[in-house]
Design a protein around this ligand. Sequence first.
Ligand code: NAD
Ligand code: RM4
Length: 254
Amino acid sequence: MMLLEGKTVLVTGASRGIGAAVAVECARHGANVAINYASSPDAADAVVAEIEALGRRAIAVKGDVADPAAATAFAKAAVDAFGSVDVFVSNAGICPFHSFLDMPAEVVDRTIKVNLNGAFYMTQAAANRMKDQGKGGAIVAISSISALVGGGMQTHYTPTKAGVHSLMQSCAIALGPYGIRCNSVLPGTIITDINRDDLADEAKRKYMEGRIPLGRLGQPEDIGGAVVFLASDMARYVTGAAILVDGGAFVNLQ
Ligand code: NAD
Ligand code: RM4
């Protein structure tokens, strides 16, 4: 079943990892896709090619999500190419693992600027397009299990992920009158470039795997289904909600 037939989907940070997998899954469900990327045109072009091979259209738009001007430019580029913004997925994020007591201010500031401010500006730009179009829309933020639990090397990061989920909750209220639904997906530990070094530590990797009832770390492709569901009319009465996609890690106390 095609859940996003004829829709235009925008995804930030989609040249690799979870964003790329989400973009491709949306295309598999019939969407044309605009991807934002920060710095790797070749990787972005490869995602565009993968989507085109599925018979859908795609564009890649360079931009730093921390820059508010990048948000309006991304939404405009999508409308110029495909005529509308129907679904927006806020995915771009960084997690430069670092201990707390000696965390440099610039690492904190950049993490908040990209993860939280970036999600805010991009969501605002997409929502304004949806409001002007007058036919509603769906916004999905890639928050994290880390919105709910802590990490000693993530004291700058986990508050941004809680913030992104909170942003979706408040936007669900602000945008409900326009028929725009806002929800979060909370991935557990998914193997991507963001945590490749962290998980290269064999003991840490085994510990993380051991916490997961389904017995394995996640892959980027594990996240697309939840995003497509929330973006689609199957979730037409779902807003302000969050879906954990973590193999059961969060509930595994004992
Ligand atoms: P990743 O490093 O593979 O991908 C991150 C993407 O964001 C990259 O394409 C990167 O270029 C892009 N990006 C970074 N800064 C940007 C900026 N300023 N402007 C535009 N794009 C930018 O990592 P990932 O795991 O795919 O992460 C995607 C999202 O998923 C992040 O928001 C992350 O917090 C979230 N997440 C990841 C995990 C995990 O375990 N991998 C778990 C929960 C949530
Ligand atoms: C996630 C979660 C994962 C970590 C990534 C970077 O939100 O904390 O365990 O590997 O971020």
